[in-house]
Design a protein around this ligand. Structure first.
Ligand code: PEP
Length: 261
Protein backbone atom coordinates (compact mmCIF):
# COMPACT_ATOMS: atom_id res chain seq x y z
CA UNK A 1 0.00 0.00 0.00
CA UNK A 2 1.43 3.38 -0.93
CA UNK A 3 1.49 6.56 1.04
CA UNK A 4 -1.56 7.93 -0.75
CA UNK A 5 -3.82 5.10 0.36
CA UNK A 6 -3.46 5.80 4.06
CA UNK A 7 -5.92 8.49 5.11
CA UNK A 8 -4.17 11.59 6.36
CA UNK A 9 -4.53 12.36 10.05
CA UNK A 10 -4.21 15.72 11.81
CA UNK A 11 -4.34 15.72 15.61
CA UNK A 12 -4.55 18.88 17.69
CA UNK A 13 -3.01 18.41 21.13
CA UNK A 14 -4.43 21.14 23.36
CA UNK A 15 -2.20 20.08 26.29
CA UNK A 16 -3.24 21.66 29.64
CA UNK A 17 -5.10 24.56 28.05
CA UNK A 18 -8.74 25.73 27.86
CA UNK A 19 -11.52 25.36 30.42
CA UNK A 20 -14.93 24.01 29.41
CA UNK A 21 -16.28 27.25 27.92
CA UNK A 22 -13.03 28.09 26.12
CA UNK A 23 -12.87 24.57 24.68
CA UNK A 24 -16.47 24.79 23.53
CA UNK A 25 -15.80 28.14 21.84
CA UNK A 26 -12.75 26.77 20.02
CA UNK A 27 -14.77 23.78 18.76
CA UNK A 28 -17.52 26.14 17.62
CA UNK A 29 -15.01 28.22 15.64
CA UNK A 30 -13.31 25.16 14.16
CA UNK A 31 -16.65 23.72 13.09
CA UNK A 32 -17.39 26.91 11.20
CA UNK A 33 -14.11 26.76 9.32
CA UNK A 34 -13.24 23.11 8.84
CA UNK A 35 -15.16 21.16 6.24
CA UNK A 36 -15.50 17.42 6.40
CA UNK A 37 -12.93 15.91 4.05
CA UNK A 38 -12.90 12.30 3.01
CA UNK A 39 -9.11 12.36 2.71
CA UNK A 40 -8.28 13.96 6.09
CA UNK A 41 -9.24 12.77 9.55
CA UNK A 42 -9.19 15.58 12.12
CA UNK A 43 -8.81 14.72 15.79
CA UNK A 44 -8.97 17.00 18.82
CA UNK A 45 -7.14 16.10 22.03
CA UNK A 46 -8.50 18.34 24.80
CA UNK A 47 -8.08 17.81 28.55
CA UNK A 48 -9.85 14.79 30.05
CA UNK A 49 -12.23 17.18 31.79
CA UNK A 50 -13.87 18.41 28.61
CA UNK A 51 -13.97 15.18 26.59
CA UNK A 52 -17.52 14.46 27.72
CA UNK A 53 -19.09 17.84 26.80
CA UNK A 54 -17.11 18.03 23.55
CA UNK A 55 -18.27 14.55 22.60
CA UNK A 56 -21.81 15.96 22.58
CA UNK A 57 -20.83 19.15 20.74
CA UNK A 58 -18.61 17.96 17.92
CA UNK A 59 -19.87 17.29 14.43
CA UNK A 60 -18.75 13.69 14.09
CA UNK A 61 -18.40 13.99 10.34
CA UNK A 62 -15.63 16.50 10.95
CA UNK A 63 -13.94 15.56 14.19
CA UNK A 64 -12.94 12.68 16.40
CA UNK A 65 -11.58 12.94 19.93
CA UNK A 66 -8.35 11.78 21.52
CA UNK A 67 -7.21 11.67 25.13
CA UNK A 68 -3.75 13.01 25.92
CA UNK A 69 -2.84 10.21 28.31
CA UNK A 70 -4.25 7.34 30.35
CA UNK A 71 -3.23 4.90 33.06
CA UNK A 72 -2.22 1.34 32.15
CA UNK A 73 -4.63 -0.41 34.54
CA UNK A 74 -8.33 -0.62 33.73
CA UNK A 75 -9.29 0.38 37.28
CA UNK A 76 -7.88 0.49 40.78
CA UNK A 77 -6.44 2.63 43.56
CA UNK A 78 -4.63 5.15 41.35
CA UNK A 79 -5.74 8.54 42.65
CA UNK A 80 -6.02 11.18 39.96
CA UNK A 81 -5.67 8.80 37.03
CA UNK A 82 -8.02 7.98 34.15
CA UNK A 83 -8.06 4.57 32.47
CA UNK A 84 -8.56 3.54 28.85
CA UNK A 85 -11.64 1.63 30.02
CA UNK A 86 -13.16 4.96 31.12
CA UNK A 87 -12.19 6.60 27.82
CA UNK A 88 -13.52 3.78 25.67
CA UNK A 89 -16.88 5.40 24.78
CA UNK A 90 -15.48 8.90 24.38
CA UNK A 91 -12.38 8.74 22.19
CA UNK A 92 -11.01 7.05 19.10
CA UNK A 93 -7.37 7.69 20.05
CA UNK A 94 -5.14 8.05 23.10
CA UNK A 95 -1.80 9.83 22.85
CA UNK A 96 0.78 7.74 24.69
CA UNK A 97 4.37 8.60 25.56
CA UNK A 98 4.28 12.28 24.62
CA UNK A 99 7.68 13.80 25.37
CA UNK A 100 6.16 15.96 28.10
CA UNK A 101 4.93 12.77 29.80
CA UNK A 102 8.34 11.15 29.39
CA UNK A 103 10.43 14.12 30.48
CA UNK A 104 8.28 16.01 33.00
CA UNK A 105 6.43 13.04 34.54
CA UNK A 106 9.20 10.49 34.23
CA UNK A 107 7.33 7.96 32.09
CA UNK A 108 9.62 5.15 31.03
CA UNK A 109 9.40 2.98 27.92
CA UNK A 110 8.09 0.16 30.14
CA UNK A 111 5.25 2.31 31.50
CA UNK A 112 4.50 3.47 27.97
CA UNK A 113 4.41 -0.15 26.74
CA UNK A 114 1.81 -0.97 29.40
CA UNK A 115 -0.24 2.09 28.41
CA UNK A 116 -0.12 1.15 24.72
CA UNK A 117 -1.29 -2.36 25.62
CA UNK A 118 -4.16 -1.03 27.76
CA UNK A 119 -5.32 1.31 24.99
CA UNK A 120 -5.34 -1.54 22.47
CA UNK A 121 -7.04 -3.87 24.98
CA UNK A 122 -9.83 -1.33 25.36
CA UNK A 123 -10.45 -1.05 21.64
CA UNK A 124 -8.89 2.41 21.22
CA UNK A 125 -6.06 3.35 18.84
CA UNK A 126 -2.83 4.46 20.49
CA UNK A 127 -0.80 7.35 19.09
CA UNK A 128 2.64 6.35 20.32
CA UNK A 129 5.02 9.33 20.42
CA UNK A 130 8.72 8.75 19.87
CA UNK A 131 11.61 11.12 19.32
CA UNK A 132 15.12 12.03 20.32
CA UNK A 133 16.39 14.91 22.45
CA UNK A 134 18.82 17.50 21.07
CA UNK A 135 21.70 15.81 22.94
CA UNK A 136 20.83 12.41 21.52
CA UNK A 137 20.71 13.82 17.99
CA UNK A 138 24.06 15.57 18.47
CA UNK A 139 25.57 12.32 19.72
CA UNK A 140 24.32 10.49 16.60
CA UNK A 141 21.93 8.35 18.66
CA UNK A 142 18.64 9.18 16.90
CA UNK A 143 18.24 5.79 15.19
CA UNK A 144 19.02 3.88 18.37
CA UNK A 145 16.62 5.99 20.44
CA UNK A 146 13.78 5.46 17.97
CA UNK A 147 14.57 1.75 17.81
CA UNK A 148 14.52 1.38 21.61
CA UNK A 149 11.34 3.44 22.10
CA UNK A 150 9.52 1.40 19.45
CA UNK A 151 10.81 -2.02 20.48
CA UNK A 152 9.84 -1.52 24.11
CA UNK A 153 6.74 0.62 23.48
CA UNK A 154 5.21 -1.98 21.14
CA UNK A 155 6.41 -5.09 22.93
CA UNK A 156 2.92 -6.24 23.96
CA UNK A 157 1.23 -5.37 20.67
CA UNK A 158 0.56 -8.29 18.33
CA UNK A 159 0.94 -8.07 14.55
CA UNK A 160 -2.86 -8.04 14.24
CA UNK A 161 -3.21 -5.19 16.71
CA UNK A 162 -0.42 -3.10 15.21
CA UNK A 163 -2.42 -2.60 12.02
CA UNK A 164 -4.00 0.83 12.18
CA UNK A 165 -1.80 2.01 15.03
CA UNK A 166 -0.36 5.54 14.85
CA UNK A 167 3.25 6.49 15.58
CA UNK A 168 4.12 10.17 15.97
CA UNK A 169 7.70 11.18 15.31
CA UNK A 170 8.26 14.17 17.55
CA UNK A 171 11.86 15.28 17.99
CA UNK A 172 11.91 16.68 21.53
CA UNK A 173 13.99 19.68 20.44
CA UNK A 174 11.25 20.74 17.98
CA UNK A 175 8.28 20.55 20.37
CA UNK A 176 6.99 23.94 21.42
CA UNK A 177 10.32 25.54 20.57
CA UNK A 178 9.84 26.97 17.08
CA UNK A 179 12.94 24.99 16.01
CA UNK A 180 11.89 23.33 12.80
CA UNK A 181 13.08 19.89 11.86
CA UNK A 182 14.34 19.84 8.30
CA UNK A 183 12.27 17.70 5.90
CA UNK A 184 15.38 15.55 5.30
CA UNK A 185 15.67 14.84 9.03
CA UNK A 186 11.99 13.93 9.24
CA UNK A 187 12.22 11.69 6.18
CA UNK A 188 15.16 9.82 7.63
CA UNK A 189 13.51 9.36 11.05
CA UNK A 190 10.22 8.22 9.51
CA UNK A 191 12.18 5.74 7.37
CA UNK A 192 13.83 4.41 10.55
CA UNK A 193 10.43 4.06 12.25
CA UNK A 194 8.99 2.12 9.30
CA UNK A 195 12.11 -0.04 9.14
CA UNK A 196 11.76 -0.93 12.84
CA UNK A 197 8.09 -1.80 12.44
CA UNK A 198 9.00 -4.01 9.48
CA UNK A 199 11.65 -5.73 11.59
CA UNK A 200 9.16 -6.31 14.40
CA UNK A 201 6.11 -7.36 12.42
CA UNK A 202 6.95 -8.05 8.79
CA UNK A 203 5.19 -5.97 6.17
CA UNK A 204 2.48 -4.37 8.28
CA UNK A 205 4.46 -1.13 8.32
CA UNK A 206 2.28 -0.14 5.39
CA UNK A 207 -0.80 -0.23 7.64
CA UNK A 208 0.78 1.96 10.31
CA UNK A 209 0.34 5.71 10.04
CA UNK A 210 3.33 7.82 10.95
CA UNK A 211 2.82 11.47 11.89
CA UNK A 212 5.26 14.30 12.30
CA UNK A 213 5.00 16.73 15.21
CA UNK A 214 7.10 19.67 16.33
CA UNK A 215 6.26 23.39 15.96
CA UNK A 216 4.04 22.80 12.92
CA UNK A 217 2.46 26.00 11.60
CA UNK A 218 0.34 26.58 8.49
CA UNK A 219 3.17 27.91 6.31
CA UNK A 220 5.37 24.84 6.82
CA UNK A 221 2.62 22.22 6.74
CA UNK A 222 2.94 21.37 3.07
CA UNK A 223 6.67 20.72 3.35
CA UNK A 224 6.06 18.03 5.99
CA UNK A 225 2.96 16.44 4.55
CA UNK A 226 4.68 15.92 1.20
CA UNK A 227 7.46 13.84 2.76
CA UNK A 228 7.23 10.25 1.62
CA UNK A 229 6.01 8.13 4.56
CA UNK A 230 4.45 11.00 6.53
CA UNK A 231 0.71 10.41 6.98
CA UNK A 232 -0.21 13.46 8.99
CA UNK A 233 0.66 15.84 11.77
CA UNK A 234 0.49 16.11 15.54
CA UNK A 235 0.03 19.81 16.24
CA UNK A 236 0.47 21.42 19.66
CA UNK A 237 0.55 25.22 20.00
CA UNK A 238 -1.00 25.97 16.60
CA UNK A 239 -4.02 23.78 17.39
CA UNK A 240 -5.19 26.33 19.98
CA UNK A 241 -5.54 28.97 17.28
CA UNK A 242 -8.61 28.29 15.16
CA UNK A 243 -7.25 30.14 12.15
CA UNK A 244 -3.92 28.32 12.23
CA UNK A 245 -5.40 24.88 12.87
CA UNK A 246 -8.05 25.20 10.18
CA UNK A 247 -5.37 26.46 7.76
CA UNK A 248 -3.23 23.40 8.57
CA UNK A 249 -6.17 21.05 7.88
CA UNK A 250 -6.99 22.90 4.65
CA UNK A 251 -3.36 22.64 3.50
CA UNK A 252 -3.26 18.89 4.18
CA UNK A 253 -6.48 18.46 2.20
CA UNK A 254 -5.20 20.62 -0.65
CA UNK A 255 -1.91 18.73 -0.80
CA UNK A 256 -3.82 15.46 -1.07
CA UNK A 257 -6.14 16.85 -3.74
CA UNK A 258 -3.19 18.23 -5.75
CA UNK A 259 -1.42 14.86 -5.58
CA UNK A 260 -4.48 13.08 -6.94
CA UNK A 261 -4.59 15.33 -10.04
C1 PEP B 1 3.00 18.45 20.65
O1 PEP B 1 2.57 18.85 21.71
O2 PEP B 1 2.89 17.25 20.35
C2 PEP B 1 3.62 19.40 19.72
C3 PEP B 1 4.12 18.93 18.59
O3 PEP B 1 3.64 20.70 20.11
P1 PEP B 1 4.06 21.97 19.20
O4 PEP B 1 3.30 21.85 17.90
O5 PEP B 1 3.63 23.16 19.99
O6 PEP B 1 5.52 21.90 18.98
Amino acid sequence: MGNLERKKLVIGNWKMHLNASQASLLVHRLQERIESHRDVEVVLAPSHLVLQPLSLQIDRRKFKLAAQNCHWQDEGAFTGEVSATMLHDLVHYVIVGHSERRHIFGETDDMIAKKVASVVRNGITPVLCVGETAEERKAGETKQVLHDQLMVGLKDVTSDDVKGIVIAYEPVWAIGTGHYAKPGQVKEAVGTIRHNIRELYGHVEDDVRVLYGGSVEPDITRGYIEIDGVDGLLVGGASLNYEHFSAIVATVHKTETDEEK
